[in-house]
Ligand binder design. Structure first.
Ligand SMILES: [Cu+2]
Length: 315
């Protein structure tokens, strides 16, 4: 792999500013960073302390949401939930980024086949807001014709309404430098099913698993995990080779903004696996994903999801 990223300078721009082709200036950097806001949305007030009493938008769909760029390669995404003034909105002041998923309807998903209809799951975040930076030399392609749909559920621990935006900071590469990157494909492994990822856990120490037989060979370069309250670890193992792929251990209440006004900690980080590669898999290998919860009382509608990106051989 050529070190395309190393030779491209980095700039920070508010807009997808000029590139070399527009102004003829070959010194203009090929890497840009741009923050896209989705919203605003108003979150209803909580009516009590329990999960069911939190304010919630419920699952909502937003069609044809803005992409950071076209004919480009995205190399990093930092998801956040913010107020109008740009400051972070988190459970210490009420709002919780329960989940936000960007998908492409009608595009095949690597894992969730459904006859090739998709939706292709492109990117997702929970309240842990894991920032993604792909290893140098890799990028996720965004084409002109791609249409992004967002599914989101935002919640509120505060006893008054809150108005928030999802704010995603994208880093991307355009032009010839983009063509030197190795394209990666999103992969979503889930302990439930590919369409509805929620399930209930009983009290105690339990692990739920699911398997996927890979239809491709390639190098996994990034994996991250998503669990809910009570979750401890999420792991992927290659059962065919016996080798671990990635284990993510979540941290709860790691900083004050992840502790709600009632003193309840939420998951604050989920350190990802990053490498070139994290693991190499072959077509036909069976991957097992396992989500472990240690819950002091039963929890409804939890999740056990590991998402990442794979450089598929020959693509
Ligand atoms: Cu979730």
């Amino acid at each position: 792999m050529v070190l395309a990223v190393a030779v491209a300078a980095t700039t920070v721009a508010d807009s997808p500013a000029a590139n070399a082709a527009d102004n003829g200036d070959l010194r203009v950097a090929a890497t840009e960073t741009r923050t896209v806001r989705y919203g605003p949305w108003t979150l209803p007030a909580a009516t009590g302390h329990t999960h069911d009493e939190m304010g919630s938008t419920g699952n909502q769909l937003a069609f044809n949401v803005e992409k950071p760029c076209t004919d480009c390669m995205v190399t990093a995404i930092r998801p956040n939930l913010v107020y109008e003034d740009g400051s972070t909105a988190n459970v210490n002041t009420g709002p919780m980024l329960h989940h936000a998923v960007i998908g492409q309807l009608g595009e095949p998903d690597l894992v969730c086949r459904l006859g090739g209809l998709g939706p292709k799951r492109v990117f997702s975040s929970g309240n842990e807001r894991t920032p993604v930076t792909l290893p140098a030399g890799y990028g996720m392609r965004v084409d002109r014709g791609d249409r992004w749909t967002m599914v989101f559920d935002l919640m509120n621990h505060a006893h008054e309404e809150k108005t928030v935006y999802l704010s995603f900071e994208y880093t991307y590469v355009t032009g010839p430098a983009a063509r030197r990157l190795t394209p990666v494909t999103p992969m979503w492994l889930d302990v439930v099913s590919c369409l509805y990822p929620a399930y209930d856990v009983p009290a105690g120490d339990t692990t739920r698993t699911a398997r996927w037989r890979s239809t491709v060979s390639g190098e996994i370069v990034y994996m991250k995990g998503h669990l809910h309250h009570g979750g401890r670890t999420i792991t992927t193992t290659n059962l065919t080779t016996g080798r671990p792929v990635c284990e993510v251990t979540v941290v709860s209440g790691g900083s004050p903004e992840f502790i709600d006004p009632h003193g309840n900690p939420e998951i604050s980080s989920a350190p990802p696996c990053v490498g070139s590669p994290v693991a190499t898999i072959r077509r036909g290998d069976v991957l097992e994903v396992a989500a472990r919860y240690v819950a002091d009382h039963p929890h409804e509608k939890v999740m056990g999801i590991m998402t990442g990106w794979i450089a598929i051989d020959g693509r």
